[in-house]
Ligand binder design. Structure first.
Ligand code: PMP
Ligand code: GLN
Length: 382
């Protein structure tokens, strides 16, 4: 058997969701909304299913969706992309990340990764025979040390993986950080795989700025979006890559060897979704911010020290003021079993030893009543 996979554990999201189910806990662990996305998008999928759009679609995605991704890029970010060469539809952002890394990395190449790290990044880099160079950021401030970042780049650097808005920290990388990353990419002739699945989930008036929009970066960035997050349909697994024209065909070849195509009916519906008016996208962020505030206030009332979250589905909270003395894994298991609320230990997003301790990640992409019930359960327990 493959030794890297043999050494890979089951993802923390699956582990904690199974534990939540076993204990009848409210699952604020794995990030999925408890209400489905827009009815017109779901209806478009149902219609496409009955209209006979059920055979292999084109390799790079149905034309309507590639055109819709390009139009969405232009509308929100002023990005120009040719739907025929620069856009590839994938089976979720998960596949897109793997396909982009496959398109870029040769064995022995280095890829810079920022910790806390989404759980598929490191295993895929290693499976490709490439070498991760990890830069750590940590709570409570998640400050990116520019010296450490620059030191992670070297002659073998081929790429950086950048997730902003970031899971699990809720960090949105700021203009100075983006500029620093762009300068390093130019200096080292490297690329960025930009995991922007939470692009429409930035809060408090902040707008997402793709790294791709910085001067000289259109040729160096592969930008990834996900219908799962943008339309609250995480089970659909429809993702999309916007690539420089020189790299789009390579991403397509990776996709051809991974899944080849993605459900055509769902693709058609996502095209309908991406064409929705600006109000839809603004409303999604406003609703989510209100849920963030509700959960943050509830947890703070119990005694958690809640860290700010500028984007994503998640907030991170320090539980040590509650007097619990075990590690974060023990804490998340304990509240699942004893309080009936599930969270994810922050240390699961750190690869090396000495991960920050005392923090749990809570998902707030849930209806207010469920968030209130979760807070009430925790309040009864602590
Ligand atoms: N990247 C990040 C940062 C995520 O949080 C997620 C998951 N939800 C994904 C990628 C995967 O997205 P998808 O469900 O579209 O594969
Ligand atoms: N991205 C989701 C999270 O961080 C989970 C996705 C998954 O279960 N793989 O919770």
């Amino acid at each position: 058997p493959n030794s890297l996979l043999a050494a890979t554990g089951t993802t923390i999201f699956t582990v904690m969701s199974a534990l939540a189910t076993r204990h009848g806990a409210i699952n604020l662990g794995q990030g999925f909304p408890d209400t489905d996305g827009p009815e017109d998008v779901c209806r478009a999928a149902a219609e496409a299913l009955l209209d006979g759009r059920n055979q292999y679609p084109p390799l790079t995605g149905v034309p309507e969706l590639r055109a819709a991704v390009a139009a969405h890029n232009a509308r929100f970010y002023g990005i120009t992309a040719d739907p025929d060469t620069d856009i590839v539809v994938t089976s979720g952002a998960t596949e897109a990340i793997t396909a982009c890394l496959m398109a870029l990395l040769d064995p022995g190449d280095e890829a810079v990764v920022i910790e806390p790290v989404y759980d598929t990044y490191l295993p895929v880099i290693r499976m490709l025979g490439a070498v991760p160079r990890v830069v750590r950021i940590a709570p409570p401030d998640w400050r990116l040390d520019r010296t450490a970042l620059a030191a992670a780049f070297g002659p073998r650097t081929k790429a950086i993986l950048l997730n902003s808005p970031m899971n699990p920290s809720g960090k949105v990388f700021d203009a100075a950080e983006r500029a620093a990353i762009a300068a390093l990419l130019a200096q080292h002739d490297a690329y960025a795989v930009c995991d922007e699945v939470y692009e429409h989930l930035t809060f408090d008036g902040q707008r997402h700025v793709p790294l791709m929009t910085l001067p000289g970066m259109a040729e160096r960035c592969l930008r990834i979006g996900s219908a799962g997050k943008t339309f609250s349909l995480t089970g659909w697994k429809v993702g999309y890559v916007t690539a420089p024209t020189a790299l789009g065909p390579l991403v397509a070849k990776a996709h051809q060897n991974l899944t080849f195509t993605t459900a055509p009916n769902l693709q058609r519906a996502v095209a309908v979704g991406l064409a929705k008016p600006d109000g839809y996208f603004d409303g999604l962020a406003t609703t989510m911010a209100a849920q963030r505030d509700r959960l943050a206030a509830g947890l703070a009332g119990i005694g958690f020290r809640v860290l700010p979250s500028a984007g994503s589905y998640f907030l991170v909270a320090d539980y040590t003021p509650l007097g619990f003395t075990g590690d974060d894994d023990a804490f998340c298991r304990h509240i699942t079993e004893a309080a009936g609320v599930t969270a994810i230990p922050l240390s699961a997003f750190y690869d090396g030893p000495d991960a920050p301790e005392g923090y749990a990640r809570f998902a707030f992409c849930k209806r207010p009543a469920l968030l209130d019930e979760a807070v009430a359960r925790l309040a009864r327990h602590f």
